[in-house]
Design a protein around this ligand. Structure first.
Ligand code: CDP
Ligand code: MG
Length: 677
């Protein structure tokens, strides 16, 4: 059973009294934030050091205020010393974020704080989308974008200050950036005219690790959470965190004023959709007379318009409840949230270097993530966080998440490192070095993909194809699909397909799909599998002039499809630059499947028995996901885009392939594997 207050004693969370704050103010003017009192010190620390590290509790104002402080201070200095603005260098200040939604929403917030539109002084840049103009001086961007810029200019000369925010998340991109900016710093030190300053920020992180890595960089602690948060743990370990979360939710609902919003962290879309349904059902069932609840889901796989609903103010006579994945965990402020319920788990990708397969599964969060989640409750006024795990369980959590670099497929990273001219990956200056097995697995994959060739011991170089593949902001498997389709005369089709694969699902909520929707979707179904089905949707969308009506009628996510169109344009431009053979195969779709086989050859499964398939790579039993058009069809050999672990292991986004295509694409790899059938 979950025990909630008042039976609990809150765990102490240090806080700074903030009686002068008016609760629920829509926009907090910057000088009311605790960070403001440290402005001078912040500016001085950044400008007198090459690199420094700021640790400050969530909500103290790091992300929104510090870039502005630095910009304003620099402008003032230039005005007084030189009496003119710095022209020669671009002098941008960038602040990286691990997630798109954070980069965009923070940029919009800061732009509105300076009474400007986003894209003027303050802008953002995320993959396939940006709001940046010549006026832009403060640029919020995803870490992936800065990494791509580093490919073109490893010394990142257009930036005078680079802020790596949310460093504790240790995303693959941020981790690579640590190594890159460190190298750029060395280079830029030599040039007195255009010095570089690096700032690493987070609310929770291993300070020593970073300080040591950046040659004993000084650490500045930014005091003061904006509002106090009480933290409660369950008294007994819970086996069913959804059930526990629901009980806690209704305890709060019965006892707290309706204007206090609740944010629940769960792990994934299906879980969230079904929990939202349960909450609605309980309120509607009328077994107990409960006040109304407005339930809103929040996960990556939703239209931005729907996501933005959570930021809207709710009427006073209804309680706002948001059920979110970890995308609601960092950087964002959701108005009205006073209570956070944390299930303690997260769904993440892990990689097995032996098999080369990536797996999506639920795991425990780290203490740092627990505090990030807690922090969402105290953004606008005092709050409370209810953890669905005991205090002992909390103590046993890893202090920080395992860096993505240590648990993911390194192929993309390795390709980028090699493209920057570093021929021995092990020599790259990693904050935490991935193990040799993972590096070897990545190189093996890149060799199979014919992107890389070994030269001498431990040194590798890109092949001509590899250099081309590094130009695409894509997983090398998908870049290989593009190159293969250039050879096979179906690049037009593959460009569409890869673009759809780069956006979130184009079907409106794939789970909870009812019979009627299934019927509607059937008209797009291609018997050869999901990829061609997706391609079919894309083509029909274009043929129907991309209209809203058509999308509504067919339950298609228009926004995501429009984004896919924009992505296709950009990828096509790269193909033109690389002088690829941009042709359409008409209706000869087998060449599209063949090209898919060339890129996805490590994701192959063969029919085993009943409803089971076996992956060629590690001979693991998997099932076809019910959302696939091939569900129940039992083709003998398939390639898939995704492997997910729920109650069972499922493969998703699947296409039927012929064994000879696999053999011809990679004879060495399949010689032994396919014959063991
Ligand atoms: O980065 P950090 O967690 O230190 O805080 P921040 O993102 O800079 O936000 C500082 C404060 O600004 C938050 O605690 C909110 O009170 C406020 N804020 C807001 O009300 N709405 C936003 N969209 C962003 C920030
Ligand atoms: Mg922040």
């Amino acid at each position: 059973m979950v025990k909630a207050p008042p039976d609990h004693t809150p765990m102490a969370v240090d806080s700074q009294e903030s009686s002068s704050f008016e609760s629920m103010m829509p926009i907090t003017s910057p000088n009311q934030l605790p960070i403001h009192s440290m402005r001078k010190k912040i500016i001085q620390t950044v400008f007198t050091n090459d690199c420094c590290i700021f640790l400050g509790e969530t909500g103290c104002g790091k992300t929104t205020q510090i870039p502005r402080f630095l910009y304003e201070a620099r402008e003032k200095k230039f005005k007084s010393v030189l009496n003119k603005k710095p022209h020669r260098n671009k002098n941008l200040i960038c602040c990286t974020q691990p997630r798109r939604v954070a980069a965009i929403s923070v940029a919009e917030r800061v732009a509105s704080e300076v009474n400007q539109k986003c894209g003027q002084l303050v802008g953002y840049s995320v993959r396939f989308d940006e709001a940046v103009t010549r006026q832009t001086k403060i640029k919020y961007m995803t870490d992936g974008m800065l990494l791509r810029e580093a490919l073109l200019d490893p010394n990142l000369r257009q930036y005078s200050i680079i802020i790596l925010d949310e460093a504790h998340e240790r995303t693959l991109h941020t981790d690579l950036l640590f190594g890159i900016v460190k190298q750029a710093l060395e280079y830029r030190k030599k040039s007195k005219k255009n010095p570089l300053h690096i700032l690493v920020m987070s609310a929770t992180m291993n300070v020593d690790l970073f300080s040591n890595y950046f040659n004993q960089a000084p650490v500045l602690y930014l005091q003061g959470r904006q509002y106090p948060i009480d933290v409660f743990h369950v008294q007994e370990s819970q086996t069913d965190y959804i059930h526990a979360s629901l009980i806690t939710l209704f305890q709060i609902h019965r006892s707290k004023p309706l204007n206090e919003g609740i944010l629940i962290f769960l792990t994934g879309q299906d879980e969230i959709d079904s929990t939202c349904k349960t909450i609605k059902h309980i309120v509607a069932s009328g077994t107990e007379s409960l006040e109304p609840i407005l339930v809103l889901p929040l996960y990556a796989n939703m239209t931005t318009m729907k996501q933005m609903l959570v930021f809207k103010q709710t009427p006073m006579n209804i309680r706002k409840v948001i059920v979110s994945t970890n995308i609601g965990e960092t950087s964002i402020t959701i108005p009205g949230i006073r209570h956070v319920i944390d299930c303690g788990c997260v769904k993440i990708k892990t990689f097995n270097p032996q098999t080369g397969l990536e797996l999506l599964q639920v795991q425990k969060i780290s203490q740092a993530q627990a505090w990030q989640r807690t922090g969402r409750a105290g953004r606008e006024c005092p709050g409370a966080c209810y953890r669905m795990y005991t205090e002992e369980e909390y103590e046993k959590l890893a202090p920080t998440p395992i860096p993505e670099l240590l648990r993911c497929n390194l192929a993309t990273a390795a390709l980028q490192i090699l493209a920057m001219g570093i021929t021995n990956i092990s020599n790259f200056d990693f904050v935490s070095k991935p193990d040799e097995k993972s590096i070897a697995a990545a190189l093996r994959e890149l060799i199979y993909l014919r992107a890389v060739q070994a030269s001498n011991d431990n040194t590798y170089e890109l092949t001509d194809d590899g250099r081309k593949m590094a130009c695409f902001p894509l997983d090398p498997k998908l870049s290989r699909c593009l190159l293969a389709s250039s050879d096979l005369g179906c690049l037009e089709e593959m460009l569409k397909l890869v673009s759809i694969m780069s956006v979130d699902t184009i079907f409106l909520t794939s789970s909870n799909i009812n019979e009627k929707m299934k019927m509607q979707r059937q008209k797009f179904t291609m018997n050869e599998g999901d990829h061609l089905t997706l391609l079919n949707v894309y083509k029909t969308f274009i043929a129907n002039k991309k209209t809203k009506e058509w999308c509504q009628m067919n339950k298609i996510n228009r926004r995501n499809l429009l984004r896919a169109c924009a992505i296709r344009k950009q990828l096509r431009r790269i193909c033109v630059e690389l002088q690829l053979n941009i042709k359409s195969c008409g209706t000869k779709f087998s060449s599209v499947r063949q090209a898919l086989a060339h890129g996805l050859f490590m994701n192959v499964a063969e029919y085993f028995k009943e409803n089971d398939y076996r992956t060629i790579n590690d001979r693991h039993i998997v099932k076809i996901h019910p959302s696939s058009v091939l569900f129940g069809a039992k083709p003998s050999l398939v390639v898939f885009t995704e492997l997910i672990q729920t109650t069972k292991r499922f493969i998703r986004d699947i296409t039927v392939v012929e064994p000879e295509w696999l053999l011809e694409s990679n004879p060495d790899y399949f010689k032994t594997r396919l014959s063991s059938k």
